[in-house]
Ligand binder design. Structure first.
Ligand code: NAD
Length: 381
């Protein structure tokens, strides 16, 4: 079958869903590959590189959508792309089904089968297709680099002929995939790194990466008792108060805060308050990866960088993976090709959309003209 990747239409999106390298792997499954001319350009992949990898370069989005049996995308389709979906076609893309009921209805009506990459179940077997994790990893790394770029000092401490320099102090709030990547980046740059999460089970991981886990003195069976399926649940008011008290105490001493705390299907918890920002030293930096969900910091402005009156830079960008488009496209392209591997078990270029398979079923949001979201819970843990 023909697998095609169009140029992303979302303003400022630099990623592409297929790289020359992933195309080579997809061809080994018996498929042929198409790319829209220029689709990989902002990620560092030229039309010539695709051609060399045996990919057919087509001129327009229309030609790509008309020819491809399977369309691979990064961002959820826009209105014009939704109109291009047709009966029997398969779309593999981020789709945000929880917020896009109408889009699912229209995709089901068109007869296209949609695989939503954020719905890949988070089980071991599916890790290679877990695009949320591969993008969160990049976001965590890039958040620290972005912080460094806006911070006027070294991360590591130095003793030089010109003077002694103290190490920067970094606090990472939330130690999921992005938070752990931020911790790893921060410690490898030599900063003294602290990290906090409501899930106490991450303490060991945090410490094994060379950071210090911020413990709260709190009389509960765990940091916060309520954790659901590996994800966090909202904290009790008492726990939250303790947490804020701790952060308030740390604020004057911390140079960089990387916020990554999220709770599935909710607004981000507000954890870095205005008075904490006021208490920070001029030149300090906050990078708020929760900006899209309202931010962990009270003052974050989504998609903007602001500097407060007391000289604290607050970064609320939501496009960190796109800012590292080569890396992000390489990993996302691999996630897609692994999905295609599972969809092509015979490696014969024929798609087997097996709804009995937990991973494929879990990620499929429309199938055979029906909306199949939300999926039943996976059988395998
Ligand atoms: P996420 O992006 O939803 O949340 C980020 C982090 O914020 C979480 O660690 C959460 O505990 C933390 N958080 C929430 N409220 C907080 C608060 N008030 N204060 C401090 N921290 C707070 O999470 P994620 O990165 O997508 O992953 C979370 C879980 O999923 C982890 O258990 C992870 O191991 C698991 N996971 C499993 C797989 C897999 O098995 N394939 C893949 C990825 C992630």
């Amino acid at each position: 079958m023909k697998v095609g990747a169009p140029k992303e239409t979302f303003a400022g999106e630099n990623r592409v869903a297929m790289t020359p390298e992933s195309a080579l792997q997809i061809q080994k499954l018996g498929h042929t590959c198409l790319i829209q001319s220029g689709a990989g350009e902002n990620a560092g992949f030229s039309d010539a590189a695709y051609k060399e990898a045996g990919v057919e370069v087509v001129k327009t989005a229309k030609a790509l959508w008309d020819e491809a049996d399977i369309v691979a995308k990064v961002r959820q389709p826009d209105a014009s792309e939704m109109k291009r979906l047709r009966d029997g076609q398969t779309l593999i893309s981020f789709f945000n089904p929880a917020a896009n009921e109408k889009m699912m209805e229209s995709a089901a009506k068109s007869g296209a089968n949609v695989i939503a990459m954020e719905m890949v179940p988070r089980i071991s077997r599916a890790q290679k297709m877990d695009a949320l994790s591969s993008m969160a990893n990049i976001a965590g790394y890039r958040a620290v680099i972005e912080a460094g770029n806006n911070f006027g000092r070294f991360f590591t401490g130095q003793v030089t002929a010109a003077g002694k320099v103290p190490p920067a102090k970094v606090l990472v709030i939330g130690a999921g995939v992005a938070g752990l990547a931020a911790i790893g980046t921060s410690t490898s740059l030599g900063a003294i790194t602290y990290a906090f999460d409501v899930r106490p089970e991450v303490a060991e991981q945090i410490e094994s990466m060379g950071a210090e886990f911020v413990f709260l003195e709190f009389e509960e069976s765990s940091q916060d008792s309520a954790a659901t399926g590996g994800y966090a649940a909202p904290s009790s008011p008492e726990f939250r108060e303790k947490q804020l008290e701790k952060f308030r105490e740390m604020a004057p001493d911390i140079d960089i805060v990387i916020c990554t705390a999220l709770i599935p299907n909710r607004e981000a918890p507000e954890l870095w308050t205005e008075d904490m920002v006021q208490a920070m030293k001029p030149g300090s930096v906050i990078v708020d990866l929760a900006a899209e969900k309202g931010g962990n910091c009270k003052l974050t402005v989504m998609d903007e960088k602001i500097v407060t009156d007391n000289g604290v830079t607050i970064i609320g960008y939501t496009d960190f993976p796109s800012r590292m488009a080569t890396q992000a496209s390489t990993l996302y392209g691999n996630n897609i090709r692994h999905m295609l591997t599972d969809l092509t078990p015979e490696k014969d270029g024929v798609l087997n959309h097996n709804m009995e398979d937990d991973v494929i079923r879990g990620a499929t949001v429309t199938f055979d003209k029906e909306i199949t979201y939300p999926p039943p819970p996976p059988k395998v843990a």
